[in-house]
Design a protein around this ligand. Structure first.
Ligand SMILES: [Zn+2]
Length: 123
């Protein structure tokens, strides 16, 4: 077992039983989320990906946890940007990237805020 595999096992234990959701709702749509291996991510030349045509998000699960959160938020931002019919140009990439970095920091540094969101969003 190499160090990378060992690090992955340790990270999985830290995450406990909470798994990446396979399906999330964005607007009126059900969007599937699947984990990429590092080789799948490398073959696409990206850590994440969103397709509005297929309603799919992919995230490189080999990255550190905070990077996976940022990438998932980045792809959710793309989904919101496209599914809510915002403008399509280079501004999109810069805007969703900034929001993903910002949300990752806000969620990481504010656990009470995450709990409040979770409580407020329960049915
Ligand atoms: Zn992007």
């Amino acid at each position: 077992m190499d160090a990378g595999v060992l690090a992955g096992v340790q990270e999985d234990r830290r995450e406990g039983a909470v798994k990446l959701p396979e399906l999330i709702r964005i607007g009126p749509h059900d969007v599937t989320i699947k984990a990429w291996t590092s080789s799948e991510a490398n073959s696409h030349g990206a850590s994440g990906w969103f397709s509005s045509a297929e309603l799919q998000i992919r995230v490189d699960a080999s990255q550190p946890n905070t990077v996976q959160v940022e990438v998932l938020l980045h792809e959710i931002n793309h989904a919101i940007y496209q599914l809510f019919s915002l403008a399509q140009d280079d501004v999109e990439e810069k805007t969703v990237g900034a929001f993903a970095v910002g949300y990752t920091q806000v969620f990481r540094d504010n656990p009470q805020l995450r709990k409040w969101f979770d409580a407020m969003l329960r049915k």
